[in-house]
Design a binder for this molecule. Structure first.
Ligand SMILES: Nc1ncnc2c1ncn2[C@@H]1O[C@H](COP(=O)(O)OP(=O)(O)OP(=O)(O)O)[C@@H](O)[C@H]1O
Ligand SMILES: [Mg+2]
Length: 351
């Protein structure tokens, strides 16, 4: 038997095959006949070929395995790059979102600033106007009241109308003053359920509310809040009157309140089944002097209410659907938030 042990790979094939023939010729010199020599040589060649093929096959397998490993690596790298690309895209989207949010905030701040500037101008105007209007108005009113006492039946109606108008001007001026320079807060501990019941008890007898169904759903175990009871009553009164004015007879007004422990606040909601507010009007309802009640409203109710609620560190929102009704939500912090407020601690004020 010919025992050839090439080291490895294809490069060993030629030397191995070349080694077979001399070996066969050598054997011929040992007295074997040619046929045997050729058979042995052929066998040698075959064995060599088999060995070479085995090595070639091994080398081929190794190459294929290496290529498969490289392919796997390349696939893994591609997947990794795709993951990184997805992450980068996510990051980009987050940044775009953040930028949009910042832009929105910027626009809100600009709108607020414009609001504040408008309000500051209004304050100046209001203070001047109130001073100029109110004093002569009081004189006119007392004169008209004297006139009323001596007026005959015809002049009486006219004088009464004049008195009504003067009172309306006076109310508007006072509203303006309230809006421009609200009294300092007089904070006390308030039990909201009692305040609401007393307010509803008073309003129920008003002709405006009599044909309506009033539902008081304020739960009784609400925490006491620190607030100015006068201002809070006025805010609720404004909102309830708006609801009553918007709701036809037979309609319903509901007042609810619940605690929001996470925010240490109380949320009061007044909803009505009235005419609702058209979409184009809704953004203007808090603007001073904005009214749709021509000749009947001053348009100061909601703007004063918002000023009051904000001075307590709270917020007031209006949601509405035309034809379906309106809901006003007022959020007030339980502990209040008025560094300059006069605090009547522990005196439990109800209304
Ligand atoms: N519950 C409601 N339903 C329908 N519209 C409302 C409601 N509340 C407010 N509005 C709209 O908002 C406007 C502004 O309200 P706001 O209370 O500030 O002024 P007003 O009620 O018109 O006047 P005032 O309160 O001085 O009598 C109203 O004229 C009305 O168009
Ligand atoms: Mg009003």
């Amino acid at each position: 038997m010919i025992n050839i042990r090439p080291k490895a790979g294809r490069e060993t094939c030629v030397p191995a095959a070349g080694a077979v023939l001399p070996v066969a010729l050598l054997l011929g010199g040992t007295g074997l006949d040619y046929e045997q020599i050729w058979i042995q040589a052929l066998l040698g060649v075959l064995v060599t070929a088999v060995v070479i093929s085995a090595f070639a096959w091994r080398a081929y397998r190794k190459n294929v395995q290496e290529m498969q490993a490289e392919l796997r690596l390349a696939r893994e790298q591609t997947r990794q790059s795709e993951r990184e690309r997805d992450l980068a895209q996510g990051d980009l989207l987050l940044r775009l979102d953040r930028e949009r949010e910042l832009n929105q905030q910027k626009m809100q701040f600009q709108a607020q600033l414009a609001d504040y500037e408008k309000n500051a101008a209004l304050v100046q105007m209001a203070l001047g106007a109130a001073h100029e209007i109110n004093n002569p108005l009081l004189g006119i009113l007392s004169h008209l009241e004297l006139e009323l006492k001596v007026a005959g039946p015809e002049a009486r109606t006219e004088t009464e109308q004049c008195i009504e108008s003067v009172k309306r001007i006076s109310a508007t001026t006072l509203g303006l003053l309230n809006y421009a320079r609200p009294d300092p807060l007089r904070v006390s501990r308030i039990q909201l359920p009692s305040l609401v019941s007393e307010l509803l008890g008073f309003l129920e007898h008003q002709p405006l509310l009599r044909p309506l169904r009033i539902q008081n759903h304020v739960i009784t175990d609400l925490p006491a809040i620190h607030a100015d009871s006068q201002q809070l009553s006025q805010v609720l009164m404004n909102v309830l009157l708006n609801a009553a004015q918007a709701t036809p007879p037979g309609g319903t007004i509901t007042i609810e309140a619940e605690s929001v422990p996470a925010a240490e606040a109380i949320e009061i909601q007044v909803s009505d089944t009235g005419c609702g507010i058209p979409e184009d009007i809704l953004p203007h309802v808090f603007e001073p002097f904005f009214t749709t009640k021509r000749g009947k409203g001053t348009g100061l109710g909601l703007s004063i209410s918002r000023a009051y609620v904000r001075s307590h560190g709270g917020e007031i929102r209006v949601e509405s659907k035309e034809g379906a009704g309106t809901r006003v939500s007022i959020t007030l912090p339980v502990r209040g938030q008025q560094p300059h407020a006069e605090v009547e601690e522990e005196s439990e004020v109800v209304v």
